[in-house]
Design a protein around this ligand. Structure first.
Ligand code: DLL
Length: 435
């Protein structure tokens, strides 16, 4: 598979670091000069842009949090007047105000370049017909992928999310070769394909899938790959930084190559804010390099992962973000034990008879937190005798105990009981907040 921008993507790490430093210095100067919020912050800390002489010096700069973006709602952190801003997106804002992000023409160009690289790495070429089933709208998924794929020269079907049977019809009639959406939506489509009696090998032309925007385990990847007979790659990003395009997997499927000329990424201990040792898991902190409308310093993503700097067999030299393990704010503390939904998914999807659909329900009863896992069984299992179901339930409880260290309640539910998602799946229902 050709590398989209081999000059950058195969640049020796040392040279890449020099390039990053040069861009970082410029970004800090630019941001200081154009965003009052940062100027005040740096002045109050007595830090000057010139104090940043090495990449390590970035630690002299303050972090930026989602709350600070909210406090400056909607355009307070923009570095450019609205006449230069040509696009606005926003995060969903399920809790409180949404965060609003803006792009200049150059930012859109930079964004399309990032997507072109990750889509090429995921197997897409100008011969492809790409069905974009991410929502088009304020969410960055649809439009983000759109312009990068257009840059590659793929034929885009901008179908957006929803109306799943129609999605499958379009896939069949238009001969889509690439599917682009959230992994949970792709998995849902796999079920609908089966129900419609469509044969993924004979009736569809799909070859590749580019999936992202939410955590997904290797078992989900296998489910999608087998269900559609495709190769599925993961890509990561977030609205505040750009949207999709921060990083994406190549066909080696071994971590997401970072567009390091555009993003400087640190991994910190979320408690202390200090850098973790190389290769250790921590919170990703991202500084975009060279963005014009919304240049942020050291944005706290709350996403947990680690970075692998070893050389990849694909020939790219860029470092890779390994699968996102969860978010610092995803972590559930149940009777003093830290639990990530991804740990539960890992256990469930390895158990025979369990469908890849589950929901975690947290309650507070008499001041004690309880966690219940609702697990969908697959069709065969459900029609089986009661004894088998009781055994399955017991097995799940034991396996979860082995992984989590505490006993949680498990409830088996009929196939298709758990709500399917056409965007990002909501795996956890935390009823404690309502009390
Ligand atoms: O989800 C941007 C995006 C769109 C990425 C399409 C990839 C594809 P937000 O809605 O702002 O932006 O949500 C960002 O989603 O902080 C992560 O917690 C999560 N996330 C995004 N990609 C991945 C991934 C888009 N590949 C938040 N794996 C991020 C795990 C992901 N989590």
């Amino acid at each position: 598979m050709p590398i989209w921008n081999s000059e950058i993507e195969t640049m020796p790490q040392g040279k890449l670091k020099e390039f990053q430093l040069e861009k970082l210095k410029k970004t800090i100067r630019y941001t200081y000069d154009n965003v009052k919020f940062y100027r005040n912050k740096l002045d109050s800390m007595k830090v000057k842009p010139e104090d940043i002489k090495t990449l390590e010096d970035i630690r002299k700069l303050p972090f930026t949090t989602k709350n600070e973006l909210r406090e400056n709602f909607p355009y307070g952190l923009f570095a450019r007047p609205m006449k230069d801003v040509v696009r606005i997106h926003a995060s969903s804002g399920t809790t409180g105000k949404p965060t609003v992000v803006g792009y200049t023409k150059n930012d859109l160009e930079l964004w399309a370049e990032c997507i072109a690289r990750l889509a090429s790495a995921g197997g897409v070429t100008s011969d492809d017909i790409a069905q974009i089933s991410f929502g088009y709208g304020l969410f960055t998924g649809g439009f983000g992928l759109h312009y990068g794929l257009e840059k590659i020269g793929a034929a885009i079907i901008p179908v957006s999310s929803g109306n799943t049977e129609r999605q499958i019809k379009i896939m069949q009639d238009f001969g889509s070769t690439v599917l682009i959406c959230t992994p949970s939506y792709a998995l849902y489509m796999v079920d609908v394909v089966r129900e419609m009696g469509v044969d993924p090998v004979k009736d569809l032309k799909l070859k590749f899938g580019l999936f992202g925007a939410e955590p997904w385990s290797e078992s989900i990847r296998t489910g999608i790959e087998k269900g559609f007979n495709i190769t599925a790659t993961d890509n990561y990003g977030l609205s505040e930084i750009i949207g999709p395009g921060v990083s994406g997997e190549c066909l080696e499927k071994n971590g997401m190559h970072i567009n390091e000329d555009f993003f400087f990424i640190e991994v910190i201990d979320p408690e202390t804010g200090e850098w973790v040792k190389d290769g250790e898991i921590g919170e990703l902190v991202i500084t975009p390099l060279g963005k014009e409308a919304l240049p942020l310093f050291r944005y706290r993503t709350r996403d947990l992962s680690y970075i692998d700097t070893s050389k990849c067999a694909c020939g790219r030299t860029t470092s890779r973000i390994m699968k996102i393990r969860g978010r610092t704010d995803d972590m559930l503390i149940i009777r003093g034990v830290n639990i990530f939904p991804s740990q539960i998914e890992e256990v469930l999807l390895k158990i025979e008879g369990v469908a890849p659909h589950y929901q975690i329900v947290v309650e507070r009863k008499n001041n004690i937190d309880t966690l219940e896992v609702w697990v969908e069984t697959n069709e065969n299992m459900f029609s089986d005798e009661m004894k088998k179901l009781v055994e399955l339930e017991k097995l799940i409880v034991e396996k979860l105990y082995g992984q989590l260290g505490i006993r949680v309640d498990v409830k088996l539910v009929e196939p298709k009981t758990i709500e399917r998602s056409q965007g990002k799946a909501k795996r956890v229902i935390d009823n404690r907040k309502l009390v």
